[in-house]
Design a binder for this molecule. Sequence first.
Ligand code: ITT
Length: 427
Amino acid sequence: MGMRVVLKRRTVRPYLNPQLDARVRYRRTLREAAALHDAKLAGVPAPTVYFVDPMGAEIIMEMIEGRRLKELLEEERRVDLMRVVGDYLGRLHGSGIVHGDPTTSNFVLSGEVLYALDFGLSFRSRSPRDQATDLHVLKEALESYHSDLFEESMKLLIEGYAGSFGGSREALAWLRRLESSGRYRGDRALERSLCLISGNRHKLQEMSVVAEAMGWRLRPCEGRKLEVQSDDLAEIALAAARAAAIPGSIVEDSGLFVRSLGGFPGPYSSYAMSTIGYRGLLKLMEGVEDRAARFESAIAYTDQAGRIRVFTARVCGAIAEEPAGTGGFGFDPVFIPAGYSRTFAEMDLREKSWISHRGIAMSRLLRWLEAYGGARGAPRGRRPHRDAEARGASAQTLYSARPIAAGGWPGPTRTRGASRTPRGRRP
Ligand code: ITT
């Protein structure tokens, strides 16, 4: 019919209990489709749902083409639209719908009509506390990305909100209460969403696998990642997080360390990849018996109060004699993790994501957030990393995953098909 549509499919998560996974995907699909429908009934333009298959966890919906509110604010200073956004949020809340992720990227102006998109995190609630989390998500997006328009935007937003929602006073009172407490534990929408600052889409994909399985949502941040020069990945990640200063964001820095090359390329992996590539690395290692290598990852998380914490992890393995596989990115075709006989590039996204340095660091961060999300200070039983203290990184705390093999390098250095160390730990 020449009509452009969006197919949204919630994929199977093979590492979860299949029945539980099927139930969650079924429910979320129905919930999203219902929210899209109910939003329209409430007078909020949203994509029309054409087809829902809850068993297959699929929704086919109208594609809304236009410009995102985020760009309209940045490029044309269309602050007037904030009154419309306030009106929409008020209508949704008045109908018992909490959007869950009402950032400026999730409103699109198509012709003269502003549409609300992405109800994937929405849920039914009439609690002013849940309504306040919606307001907070939007307020945070305005503060982070449109700070010059912040005051005016908020004023219009609240005007629109109060105009369409009788319960606005209570929701706004909750917003003030939440913000003054500085803690958001229990606020589903806030607590379970992070954004990643990175120019590398593979990182987002890999980390999303882990995040989604643990009930979190990871979305890209618009900020640019600052790259400083350092021999230490944690320091690089920390500097990038400090420069971005976006609450609720993460940055990740990673590198491949090859033992026979004295740890090269290490923190210079991105540069090495764009210059000599993995073929160049194989050339450097021609005839070299010792193939031991490891990937390391450092994730710096900035909390709502601007404190930064760094979580690190590593995965040991070996450099293959020759490249294999087409998946992944960077040095994946030549890295075989310990306990496996295939390269990262021969694994599918999910398998790699769970055993990779990045996936392990991500799951450590999320486990920490689950346990201590809004709490101040270091978790019980965990001490700040010695190196972080030694370098005077006192304002931050650094949590490190234990190396998989003693000394940080795997024992045997054989490569493809050889018998090797026990299977790599799964988070
Ligand atoms: P951002 O800085 O924008 O996040 P980047 O790709 O430049 O993206 P890094 O500065 O952290 O990321 O560089 C890490 C480099 O190390 C990356 O470009 C790859 O070449 C390599 N690398 C890191 N993790 C890898 C992985 O899981 N598989 C393959 N190569 C990896």
